[in-house]
Design a protein around this ligand. Structure first.
Ligand code: F6P
Length: 358
């Protein structure tokens, strides 16, 4: 009997989603040929709730290894609302289960980040056959050393830092480069070190503006007329660290800013006298073609997921551990985040290089 495999991409997009879809599809067609049919669910869980899907043709997976974004489309459908029945009166969980049945799926592959994995686990607990695949430029999925999308984003963010070096040097300025990462600082830490940033600020480590400014002044005393800061969008200072997130955000809204970056730039100007500019690469970090590293990772993950489909192993998500592709139980990883631990070797490297961590 023909197997029907559903597949969706959910949450924020990133480079490597298409490469992973292709990896899964090619490996499935290779092993199962005519005995497999792939059903593409449109726009992630939103499409699963609404019953938006189509039978994919094998040729649709051709030529997408290098293409950014996702051919299936994606949406953010918050996990916390999955069991909430809104004004539309739709029971989202019931609809997802109904559509899974209507599509006559043997299993559903869910490509996404932390939120996607929480819903994947919920569906698995509801009795559906689910396999997760870990994507995100934030690299914060628990139980895997790396997620696809992360290294491409590191490459892009590093280039952004590289490019502001010359202009910072020419103008004797400080440049504050705001990188993506609300809770996890992996991208900022890696790109910051790769781009030779002088100061790296992460959401995991509340900063002190005095310490940031003294690092800039120390550099000035050494004859260095500019400084580069790599700052994660989710950073907050030691005073804000004492507040609840809601309180912090309300305070910021009152003062007219959302991320700390502009305030950091203003404080640097006032406290050090250095002219300071902000640079926000934003969604460029999520766009374009995946790097060769991510193409390899996506292909490894995709092929492994296809093997799990063939062997009917469900309730899991694919992971890379010590350079080995394995699976974690969804129930073991859902709802946990992988943040930069204080003991991480890269923080030690940064300190040894004289980089200020604020
Ligand atoms: O989930 C990845 C991410 O790029 C985060 O780093 C960032 O905070 C967020 O998505 C931005 O989300 P959106 O694309 O919905 O604005």
């Amino acid at each position: 009997m023909k197997k029907r495999i559903g597949i969706l991409t959910s949450g924020g997009d990133c480079p490597g989603l298409n490469a992973t879809l292709r990896g899964v599809a090619k490996a499935l067609y290779q092993r199962m040929g005519e005995d497999v049919e792939i059903i593409g669910v449109i726009n992630g869980y939103s499409g699963l709730i609404k019953g938006e899907w189509r039978v994919m043709q094998p040729r649709e997976f051709n030529g997408i290894l290098t293409v950014g974004g996702t051919i299936l489309g994606t949406k953010r459908t918050p996990f916390k609302l999955m069991r909430v029945i809104g004004e539309d009166n739709v029971d989202k969980v019931a609809e997802m289960k109904k559509n899974y049945k209507e599509m006559k799926l043997d299993c559903l592959l869910c490509l996404g980040g932390n939120g996607t994995h929480k819903t994947a686990n919920l569906l698995s607990e509801e009795g559906l056959n689910i396999i997760g695949l870990p994507k995100t430029i934030d690299n914060d999925i628990y139980g895997t050393d790396v997620t696809f999308g992360f290294h491409t984003a590191v490459d892009i963010a590093t280039e952004a830092i590289d490019r502001v070096h010359t202009t910072a040097g020419s103008h004797s300025r400080c440049m504050v480069v705001e990188l993506m990462g609300n809770k996890a600082g992996w991208l900022t830490l890696y790109a910051g070190i790769a781009g030779g940033a002088d100061i790296i600020l992460l959401p995991e480590r509340p900063y002190s503006i005095e310490s940031v400014c003294s690092a800039i002044e120390r550099r000035a005393e050494q004859g260095k007329s500019f400084s580069i800061l790599a700052v994660a969008e989710g950073v907050f200072d030691v005073a804000e660290a004492r507040m609840k997130r809601k309180e912090r955000m309300a305070k910021r809204a009152e003062l007219g800013y959302s991320t700390a970056t502009n305030r950091i730039a203003k404080d640097i100007e006032e406290m050090t006298g250095f002219e300071t500019r902000v640079c926000v690469p934003g969604h460029m970090q999520r766009g374009g073609s995946p790097s060769p590293y991510d193409r390899l990772l996506a292909t490894q993950f995709g092929a492994y997921a296809a093997k799990m489909v063939e062997n009917e192993i469900y309730g899991i998500t694919v992971a890379m551990k010590n350079n080995h592709v394995e699976a974690n139980k969804l129930s073991d990883i859902a709802g946990k985040a992988r943040l930069v631990p204080e003991s991480h070797g890269m923080l030690d490297v940064a300190r040894r290089m004289g980089i200020s961590l604020g």
